[in-house]
Design a protein around this ligand. Sequence first.
Ligand code: HEC
Length: 121
Amino acid sequence: MTLIASTHERIKRLGIDRWVAVCALACLAQPALAADIAAGKTKAAQICQTCHGMDGRGTQAMVANIGGEQKQYLVKQLNAYRAGEREHAQMTIIARMLSDEDVDNLSAWYASIVASFEIPQ
Ligand code: HEC
């Protein structure tokens, strides 16, 4: 708090716009939480691509489409496989190979894909 308070004082003295200061402080406070989409892409190419494709479309009938899915949902499912709350012969093994960081990055990668849907006439 002292650090934030003194930084705030300095920012005020410099007369920097309030919102810029708020953004700068938010970034300083949580640098480790930002997902690395590029790292997720690399990992997806190494592990997930065979079944989910790079675009997140299942390559076989029983493989879920995950491209364009919400990040929060993907993180939850991967963690459920890791914890044994959700079971699947292949996904349980694969998810248990992943670190928290991998889960975050992979979920960010598949969530960053833009998917579009068309309703039949
Ligand atoms: C060997 C094939 C295979 C590989 C490799 C694979 N998956 Fe899967 N994945 C599946 C199948 C099959 C399902 C559906 C499982 C089920 O019914 O629970 C699935 C389901 C999922 C789901 C849940 C989707 C939903 O809609 O609930 C997520 C998330 C997921 N996979 C992510 C990944 C990620 C990330 C990787 C790479 C680290 C990966 N998978 C690698 C076959 C695979």
